[in-house]
Write a protein that binds this ligand. Sequence first.
Ligand code: SF4
Length: 317
Amino acid sequence: MGTLTGETDEPSAPVAEAPAVPAPAAEARALPGGRPASLSPSRAADFMQCPLLYRFRVIDRLPEKPSPAATRGTVVHAVLERLFDAPAAQRTADRARELVPGEWQRLLAARPELAELFAREDGGQDAERLAQWLADAERLVERWFTLEDPTRLEPAERELFVETVLDSGLTLRGYIDRVDVAPSGEVRLVDYKTGKAPAPQYASGALFQMKFYALVVWRLRGVVPRRLQLVYLGSGDVLTYDPVEADLLAVERKLHALWEAISLATETGDWRPRPTKLCGWCDHQAHCPEFGGTPPPYPLHLAPPAPRQAPPEESGG
Ligand code: SF4
């Protein structure tokens, strides 16, 4: 699929960036039970990792501190998206590196709270730490050029928001970093990761997100994407998978099973913690019984045994 490129050289319209963390609180609590509920790959992964983490993020909407790594990921994604605004011949590594500070400033203007990432105790800015962080982002951007050649790519879509409603009523949504369409009509879905590629035994977890997107695209366009591609800028690896219908039907079944489990937990208020080594990255240990904490009062009405209460809709990403 190395020759798979878009048939148009018209840049697609920029689309809003996927939120790094769940969107602000009020939305979820205001949802009436009958409103169509949704799943994104991120939140599905949250529930699979730890049901209590899902509750904290989707139902309680507990705030989370911005992290340098996640914020750097947002900046790098923005650079890789914006680079395609330039004519093919100008999509060079130098140009991409030059975009990094500007994309950081743009993000900071939209989310001023991110300034705290580089704040000194005296209230000033830690210029050295910021410079190091920007240099790391530039290195990640530069590595992309060893993995793909943007002068030979014309994405059909960038940061594409997709959403579909399954026959069951479950809404699936998310953002796809890049969609390439070959002259033959074959579709490739691409996702950039600023971390390292997983060990082979964990590759299926990484591909779950891509199969999720493939299912949504299949339902929307009636075409199974030819290739799913994960580009790991942290380690310089590319992971690909060519799905078939059976893969996507299996993902659909899995999502429905997840949906059932989330619905049951929503109805009963029984959100179990599932401690793993990933707890080290969790912002909610102070509320987690596994770490001696107490969850906040459950914000949803716990109905007596009765018709099932639909889980709240959550933001895409
Ligand atoms: S600390 Fe671990 S077990 Fe507790 S909510 Fe977070 S991920 Fe779940």
